[in-house]
Write a protein that binds this ligand. Structure first.
Ligand SMILES: C[S@@+](CC[C@H](N)C(=O)[O-])C[C@H]1O[C@@H](n2cnc3c(N)ncnc32)[C@H](O)[C@@H]1O
Length: 291
């Protein structure tokens, strides 16, 4: 059976969190439970959050087969991490981990619409109770709004041409599937092999549908608030927009004297990790310690 997700920077994450037996840790993005499992192996106690019911189901399977207790799952958005931990009397904590983005399972699952490699409905909601899908954005935003979205979240230099063609095509036939969108972007940009031309457009839509940058801002603030003195916050990001938010947030907290920065420069995967798991190639890990 294919693994749900291979955790990136696993060794580096556990080292950065400085896991101590009997201490509390929040895994804000449990996914398939790979990082949580490593925290449990060090005898940490875990509150594991995810907004995707499929991830929670997979994490439950994985964690319960490894350890019957010392962990609990919480379904929800990490933007509300502080309230979620407080409601469960799970504060203060010794560490919080964010491993951002999507899991391999989400990317590869047919029917979720995250990937240009799988044909399916253009959905992209990590949390299926969200009301707006990628198809809603593609068919409902104005040309100007589409250009802004593809530029801001995807750094797509063909944003104007792609948006113009999208608006033309959708007036005849709504864009409803990943294959339609991927083919349309490929038609504009061409493809000589290498990275798929629709990569940035798909990423931009995913970030917008799931409001990823705003959730990150809220989640980081909540995380620092529930850390005990000496507690660690570790964030793994995969996108320059996310990394900028993390970097600036950490810098502000350090200037205010709330935290010490543990990583002046982000920790990156080794070449051998990238060879084993190409999805790790853009990962950047940053960490702070609360004073
Ligand atoms: C890269 S995966 C985490 C993988 C995990 N560390 C592992 O070892 O399997 C990211 C997970 O975060 C979840 N996620 C992303 N944004 C979220 C948010 N705002 N609130 C809660 N979960 C979120 C996704 O559903 C996904 O399961």
């Amino acid at each position: 059976m294919k693994p749900f997700h291979t955790p990136v920077l696993l060794h580096e994450t556990i080292k950065s969190l400085n896991v101590n037996p009997g201490e509390r840790y929040v895994d804000a993005t449990v996914g398939g439970g790979g990082h949580s499992l490593a925290i449990l192996e060090k005898q940490g106690i875990i509150l594991a959050i995810d907004c995707d019911p499929e991830a929670l189901k997979a994490a439950k399977r994985r964690l319960s087969s490894a350890c019957p207790s010392s962990w609990q799952l919480a379904s929800g958005n990490f933007a509300h991490l502080q309230e979620m931990a407080q409601q469960r009397h799970f504060t203060p904590v010794a560490g919080v981990l964010f491993d951002l983005g999507v899991s391999s399972h989400q990317l590869e699952a047919t029917g979720r619409g995250f990937s240009f490699n799988q044909d399916g409905p253009l959905d992209m909601r990590m949390d299926p109770s969200l009301s707006v899908t990628a198809a809603d954005l593609v068919n409902g935003l104005t040309q100007k709004e589409l250009i802004k979205l593809f530029t801001k979240y995807g750094q797509e230099s063909w944003a104007a041409q792609i948006s113009r063609l999208l608006v033309q095509l959708r007036s005849r036939l709504p864009i409803k599937t990943t294959r339609q969108l991927a083919a349309m972007v490929s038609r504009i940009k061409g493809w000589q092999g290498g990275i798929h031309p629709a990569t940035q457009v798909f990423q931009a839509l995913r970030m917008a549908v799931n409001d990823e940058l705003n959730n990150l801002r809220l989640g980081l603030a909540g995380a620092v608030d529930i850390l005990k003195p000496g507690g660690r916050l570790v964030v793994i990001s995969f996108h320059s927009g996310e990394d900028r938010i993390v970097k600036n947030f950490f810098r502000r907290q350090a200037v205010n004297g709330q935290v010490a920065q543990l990583t002046k420069k982000p920790v990156r995967p080794t070449p051998s990790e990238v060879a084993r798991n190409p999805r790790s190639r853009s990962a950047k890990l940053r960490s702070i310690e609360k004073k």
